[in-house]
Design a protein around this ligand. Structure first.
Ligand code: HMG
Length: 394
C-alpha cells in the first residue's frame, strides 16, 4: 500500500463546565485518593442543557475546518460516531451538514457501536480514500458523546463529555496509518448498555474492565501477527480512556503479552502513555471521542519527539468490539499541531460546584422533550453552536 492516508487535522469541542473530582469525592464521602490514584481521574466535563451531542460536534467540526483552513467544499464524506444520538432516524451528521456548511455532494451518516462508533467512522473514511471513491476529497470524522451514569453510583466519577473532529485525507500532516494492518476483535457481551428510554448508561463495571482487557488481548495478538521483522517498534501508545487507571491496566496487560513483568510494564507507562492522558484527565470519558482525545493529547504535548516514529491506538466499544492499529507521526507534525492550537477550547471553562453539577443533571431529565412534529433547534450563538430546545411545531 503506497498511499499515505491519515489524520490531517484534529480539533476539540468541549462543554463550558467541569467538576474537580476532589470536590465530588468530598461530597460523596469518598477518600480523594480513591479517585486520584484508584481510578486515575482529575476532572470531568459536564454538558449543560444547551450543549447536546450536536452542539459539541458542530463546535469541533467548525473549529477543525477553520484552524486547518480546509474549505467545506473539499469534504466529500462526513461521518459522526456517537452513542448519544438525538434521534433514531436523523443522524447527527445531517445537522452538521448544515452547521458546518458542507456541500450537497457530501455523503453524511452516523455510526454506532458504543465507544467504537468513531473508530468505525474513521476506518470507513480510510477505506473510502484507499478505494479511490474520495477522488481527491477529504473526509471529516467527528466523535461526540456525553457520558452519564446515575448520581452517587460507582461509575459517577468516570463521566465526561466532549467531541473530537478529524480531517482525514491523503498525504496527512499529523498521522499516517498503517492501512490494512489492523487487529480486530468482537464478542457478544453485556458489559455496558444505554436503553432507549434512558439517558444514563448502565454498566456491570468490573466485568466491563475484564471485557476491555480480553478485547485488547484479542485485537493486539492479531495486530502482532501482521508485523514483520522490518517494522520499527512503536514508541507511544494511545488507549481508549474511560478513566486514567484503565489505560494503565491496558498497558500492563499488553506488555505482559510481550513477555514483560508487571514492574517492567509499569516502568514504561509514564514515557509511553503519560502525555496521552493529559487532555482526557481534564475531560473524563467522552466515549467515542475518548481515544481521539488521547491522540490529540499526545500530538499536542509530544509531537516534536515522535515525528517519523510509529505509535499504536486501541479502540474499545462495549458490547463489544475492539481494534488495535498503528501509524507514523508525520515529519513536520509538531509545527502543524502548534498551528492547530489543539487545547485552546479548554482555556475557557468554569469550575462547577457539586451543587451546580447536580442542578445541571436535574435539568437533563427535562431536556430534549419530543414533540410528534417538533424540530430540534441547534443555533449559532456568538460563534458557538448551542442547542436551544425543541419546537412544538405550532
Ligand atoms: P469501584 O466500585 O470504584 O471499584 O468501580 P473498586 O472499588 O474496585 O475501586 C477502583 C480502584 O480504586 C481499585 O484499584 C481500588 O483498589 C482502588 P484497582 O484494583 O482497579 O487497581 N481504591 C483506592 N485507591 C487508593 N486509595 C483508596 C482506594 N480505594 C479503592 N482509598 C469502576 C470502578 C471502574 C468499575 C466504576 O467506576 C465503573 O463502573 N465505571 C464505568 C465503567 C467503565 O468505565 N468501564 C471501563 C471498561 S468498559 C469501557 O471502557 C467502555 C465504556 O467507555 C463504554 C462504551 O464503550 O460505550 C465504559
Amino acid at each position: 500500500m503506497s498511499l499515505s492516508i491519515g489524520i490531517d487535522a484534529i480539533a476539540l469541542g468541549v462543554p463550558r463546565g467541569y467538576v474537580q473530582l476532589t470536590d465530588l469525592a468530598e461530597a460523596r464521602g469518598v477518600p480523594p485518593e480513591k479517585y486520584r490514584d484508584g481510578l486515575g481521574v482529575e476532572q470531568m466535563a459536564v454538558a449543560a442543557a444547551d450543549e447536546d451531542a450536536v452542539a459539541l460536534a458542530a463546535n469541533a467540526a467548525r473549529r477543525a475546518l477553520s484552524v486547518s483552513r480546509t474549505k467545506p467544499a473539499d469534504i466529500g464524506l462526513c461521518i459522526v460516531g456517537t452513542e448519544t444520538a438525538v434521534d433514531h432516524s436523523k443522524p447527527v451528521a445531517a445537522f452538521l451538514h448544515g452547521l458546518a456548511g458542507l456541500p450537497p455532494s457530501c455523503r453524511v451518516f452516523e455510526t454506532k457501536h458504543a465507544c467504537f462508533g468513531g473508530t468505525a467512522g474513521l476506518l470507513n473514511a480510510i477505506d473510502w480514500i484507499a478505494s479511490g471513491s474520495a477522488r481527491g476529497r477529504a473526509a471529516m470524522v467527528i466523535c461526540t458523546d456525553i457520558a452519564r451514569y446515575q448520581l452517587r453510583s460507582a461509575a459517577e466519577p468516570t463521566q465526561g463529555a466532549g467531541a473530537v473532529a478529524m480531517i482525514v485525507r491523503e498525504s496527512p500532516r499529523l498521522l499516517a496509518f498503517d492501512v490494512g494492518r489492523n487487529g480486530s476483535y468482537s464478542r457478544d457481551v453485556h458489559d455496558f448498555w444505554r436503553p432507549l428510554h434512558a439517558k444514563e448508561g448502565i454498566v456491570d463495571g468490573h466485568f466491563s474492565v475484564d471485557c476491555y482487557l480480553a478485547a485488547l488481548e484479542g485485537a493486539y495478538r492479531e495486530w502482532l501477527s501482521l508485523q514483520t521483522a522490518k517494522d520499527e517498534a512503536p514508541v507511544r501508545a494511545c488507549y481508549h480512556v474511560p478513566y486514567g487507571k484503565m489505560s494503565r491496566k491496558a498497558h500492563r496487560h499488553r506488555k505482559q503479552i510481550d513477555g514483560l513483568t508487571k514492574e517492567q510494564a509499569d516502568a514504561s507507562f509514564e514515557s509511553e502513555v503519560g502525555s496521552s492522558l493529559i487532555l482526557p484527565n481534564k475531560i473524563g470519558n467522552a466515549y467515542t471521542a475518548s481515544l481521539y482525545l488521547s491522540l490529540a493529547s499526545l500530538l499536542h504535548h509530544e509531537a516534536t519527539d515522535i515525528e517519523r516514529k510509529r505509535i499504536t491506538l486501541f479502540s474499545y466499544g462495549s458490547g463489544c468490539v475492539a481494534e488495535f492499529f498503528s501509524g507514523r507521526v508525520v515529519e513536520g507534525a509538531a509545527a502543524w499541531a502548534r498551528e492547530l492550537r489543539i487545547d485552546e477550547p479548554l482555556n475557557d471553562r468554569t469550575r462547577l460546584t457539586v451543587e451546580q453539577y447536580e442542578r445541571v443533571r436535574g435539568l437533563d431529565t427535562q431536556a430534549d422533550p419530543r414533540f410528534p412534529d417538533g424540530q430540534p433547534k441547534p443555533v449559532l450563538n456568538g460563534g458557538r453552536v448551542k442547542f436551544l430546545g425543541v419546537d412544538s411545531g405550532e
